[in-house]
Design a protein around this ligand. Structure first.
Ligand code: 9L3
Ligand code: MG
Length: 156
């Protein structure tokens, strides 16, 4: 290839063809207020039912992650939110879908703008203190974020 094409091919904008960026994103919300974090208890699939998670869901084709997370939080909690910066590492979700697609889970700091959170798609929602978060039965994928979440909760 000519040099200019090689440069373009190594550009991260091209990574979607075969790199990490091709993974479908699942966006999750760290909603922190008065030193506590809002977690939601999953009802499905069977292996995750009863476990607590940062609410959120899959980014649809053509959606920006922040748009998707705002939509998911409207659907799941009935609230209007403002999506803030990323928190914690990317988590590879092996086999999260029924298809062969790869998923990457990313958490964002989120502020409640309007509405009282309700468990519209979860068994229950609850505010967790730092001690309660450390003790919570979290979905395995979300456990990696605990130290980052605790740090952020202590700043709020
Ligand atoms: N997931 C894991 N942790 C989270 C969220 C929001 C999602 N905090 C996983 C569970 C599913 C997949 O991502 O395998 C898609 O999530 P959803 O659309 O079922 O909420
Ligand atoms: Mg969801």
């Amino acid at each position: 290839y000519p040099t200019s094409v090689q440069a373009a091919m190594s550009d991260e904008r091209f990574a979607g063809h075969e790199g990490e960026d091709h993974a479908q994103e699942v966006a999750a919300a760290a909603i922190i207020s008065a030193g506590s974090i809002l977690l939601a208890q999953r009802t499905y699939p069977e292996e995750l039912a009863g476990l607590w998670e940062l609410p959120g869901g899959k980014v649809h084709d053509g959606e920006l992650p922040a748009e998707a997370l705002r939509r998911e939080l409207e659907e799941e909690l009935g609230v209007t939110t403002a999506i803030g910066p990323r928190i914690g590492v990317d988590v590879d979700l092996a086999g999260a879908g029924s298809d062969s697609e790869r998923y990457v889970l990313r958490a964002y700091l989120v502020q409640l703008i309007a509405g009282e959170p309700q468990p519209l798609e979860h068994a229950e929602i609850r505010w967790f203190t730092v001690a309660e978060l450390r003790d919570a039965d979290l979905v395995p994928n979300d456990r990696v974020w605990v130290d980052d979440l605790v740090r952020s909760m202590r700043e709020h």
